[in-house]
Design a protein around this ligand. Structure first.
Ligand code: NCD
Ligand code: ZN
Length: 344
């Protein structure tokens, strides 16, 4: 077995970089591992138009060291009043790479999300015409639906009908967590793909209750049963071009997580690649890491593959217990643990 693995530089097709001091503290971790990243627009207030996206992109670049080679790919937060013309202009000008559908109240900063998907049909029609990708947070928000079923129910009630209504629209079902999501994506047309996070490949729902309540293992969609984790792992390592890397790294200040009502989100950016490598190795699929991390995503989005390479070497990476972001501290995924790969 080889002691190092060199792959084409990867991209992160779903990340939260935040704003202000948090942005300054966390952006570098994503920019170190990835050439490009699809940046989520769920700021407060959200990034709902072209000028807001241009300004946010500038703040991201200003938060990074000068010589780092990183391109943020911006997304537009869809609201009930989404403006098709602004979306199309943003896409044609190369500012928006995609638009994001958050069902209203599904997750962090989604209060201004979409209350009924039919409200954004005009925007989706336009996106379908111009080839702009729709990123989807796939959970229903109906409190009567058990939280562990919200992804599967969303697929039946919203996503499946949507793919029929818009057969040419490119859709990414983000951060999949269930066997239902895997089956849906596999049976859907080529216009439908999914991103997979490191944590949903590594933890099942027991991680949230391991000897006590574990707020740093809580994210949305929430981790599911082991059986679902296994289905997601098989999909990720299968070599299918429908599955690609999207960390959903979602930092929150330590105090916001370790609270009576802790925020959803796992901060995995510092060592995302090492985690994916560990999973692919466990599944005997290290030879497929490159296509998952660096090829399927750009091909789906219709973007060029990156030119450079990154090398992972066997060795010990110690994950820090916490990371500073201004005055705040953020606890990374697998804090305090040792990982078996080092990114050079
Ligand atoms: C994300 C966040 O904190 O912005 N949280 C999460 O648990 N993943 C929002 C999201 O992607 O759902
Ligand atoms: Zn997210």
């Amino acid at each position: 077995m080889s002691d190092s693995l060199t792959i084409r530089r990867p991209d992160d097709w779903h990340v939260h970089l935040r704003d202000g001091e948090m942005l300054t503290g966390v952006a570098v971790y994503t920019a170190r591992q990835f050439a490009r990243a699809i940046v989520m627009p769920n700021l407060s207030p959200p990034v709902t138009n072209l000028p807001a996206a241009q300004a946010y992109r500038k703040r991201i670049m200003a938060a990074l060291p000068k010589r780092i080679d990183f391109t943020p790919l911006m997304t537009c937060y869809l609201t009930d009043g989404a403006d098709s013309a602004d979306l199309a202009r943003g896409f044609e000008e190369g500012v928006f790479t995609a638009a994001k559908l958050y069902p209203a109240h599904a997750t962090t900063n989604s209060a201004q999300g979409v209350t009924d998907v039919e409200k954004i049909f005009p925007a989706l029609r336009r996106m379908e015409q111009i080839g702009m990708v729709l990123c989807v947070h796939g959970e229903v928000t109906d409190p009567d639906i058990d939280i562990f079923d919200r992804e599967a129910v969303f697929i039946d009630r919203v996503l499946d009908p949507l793919t029929r209504e818009f057969p040419q629209l490119k859709i990414v079902l983000e951060h999949i967590t269930t066997e239902q999501a895997v089956e849906f994506v596999l049976s859907a047309p080529d216009t439908v793909a999914a991103t997979v996070t490191p944590h949903h490949l590594m933890i099942d729902r027991n991680a949230m209750f391991d000897g006590g309540i574990r707020p740093h293992a809580y994210c949305l969609p929430v981790a599911k049963r082991e059986r679902h984790k296994q289905a997601v792992r098989q999909a990720a390592v299968s070599g299918s071009p429908k599955f690609f890397l999207g960390t959903d790294s979602a930092p929150h200040a330590r105090g916001e997580k370790e609270s009576a009502c802790g925020c959803a989100g796992i901060f995995n950016a510092p060592h995302a690649l090492e985690c994916y490598a560990e999973v692919f190795e466990e599944e005997g699929a290290l030879d497929r890491l490159e296509s998952f991390a660096s090829e399927h995503g750009p091909r789906f989005y219709g973007l060029p593959l990156n030119e450079g390479t990154v090398t992972l070497r066997r060795g010990q990476t110690k994950v820090r217990k916490q990371i500073a972001a201004g005055e705040e501290r953020v606890v990374p995924f697998r804090a305090g643990e040792s990982l078996g790969w080092v990114v050079e």
